[in-house]
Design a protein around this ligand. Structure first.
Ligand code: T46
Length: 133
């Protein structure tokens, strides 16, 4: 499975907490794009795609959600429910994002600019791409 949990360094004092992730130190790419998702609803799933080349680090800064990660052979569920968890997702990983709480704020750091051509949004096509069928 081409994903892993990263450890966010947390600096805590009486003022609160400060979390740090550094590009090329905590994860192996330079950040070209940051995007975020908010005003979500548990009634609506997101995702349902894979990326051909894109690498991402995802943080849930508020609320919670679940990522169902699928490499075409196995599925694993990762719950993001606190700002100290960071999820790295490499290329060719199908993801469904579900159970997004209404207060969910999901921030993604990505190694490249947006390109719709880079998405695989059809699951059968995904299986072909990874050589499953
Ligand atoms: C991912 C999950 C976690 C843009 O125009 N530029 C962008 O940088 C992005 C990310 C999206 N868009 C447009 C494309 C669609 O018309 O925003 C619309 C919603 O995107 P999408 O349906 O892909 O949203 P999600 O929440 O299913 O997926 C997004 C990211 O696309 C994806 O990379 O891994 O968040």
């Amino acid at each position: 499975m081409n994903y892993k949990m990263l450890s966010v360094r947390i600096f805590s004092d009486e003022r609160g907490n400060l979390g740090v992730l550094e590009a090329l130190k905590d994860f192996s790419f330079e950040i070209k794009r940051v995007y975020y998702i908010f005003n979500t609803s548990p009634k609506f799933d997101r995702g349902s795609h894979a990326h051909k080349e894109l690498e991402q680090v995802v943080l849930c800064l508020n609320g919670s959600c679940e990522f169902v990660l699928d490499d075409g052979f196995n599925k694993e569920i990762v719950t993001l429910d606190c700002p100290t968890k960071a999820l790295y997702i490499g290329k060719n990983m199908w993801r469904e994002i579900r159970n997004l709480s209404e207060d969910c704020i999901l921030v993604t750091l990505a190694n490249d600019y947006y390109s719709e051509d880079e998405y695989i949004r059809d699951y059968q096509q995904f299986l072909k791409t990874i050589g499953r069928f």
